[in-house]
Ligand binder design. Sequence first.
Ligand SMILES: [Zn+2]
Length: 200
Amino acid sequence: MRAFFYTTLGSSFVVLFTRNSTIMIKRFVIYITLVAVVMACQSGSNKENQTSTDTTSHKEHKHSHKGKTNTNNSEENFDCRHCGMPSQEYPKWKAKIVTETGNIWYCSPRCMFISILNKEKGPKGVKSIEVISYYDTKPIDAQTAFYVTGSDVLGPMGHDLVPLKDKAAAEDFKNEHKGQTIVTFKDVNMKIIQELVNKQ
Ligand SMILES: [Zn+2]
């Protein structure tokens, strides 16, 4: 297409200087028109190229953005590591283990304990563990918290270890909610978990 225009241009240029002046002016007008057409074509096709480049880079941008989002998701996965439920939907029950490689979330203390008691597959490089204190619904250190088992308060998984920030709060809760025992972090074992699981 462009080659055709250049050929036409060339030939009209030759004709331009081989005729008398009236024809020359007419030819000159045609020549200018042709130049204008060719320039328009070129700029049009450049624009087209530009547009397609923009589309491509936009797509790439979108893609890389998506990729980035995925990366963020994999860095901070809020789904319960044990059961897969979305931990953020249980703000009064969620538990978080901070490890050297990132945070691990759980829907409940129960799921967190099942995970951490699994020495083989459980989280490695644990720096700290947070659970939510029952009465004030604030994050507390799971390893200094007290837990009440067998109460009438059910977590997202059913019967759970209800975290309390100190012994006094644990005793209050046990009395108010028909709790069975008060245990510390180190007391929790798979036998206690199994009793909670069987209770439902
Ligand atoms: Zn869970």
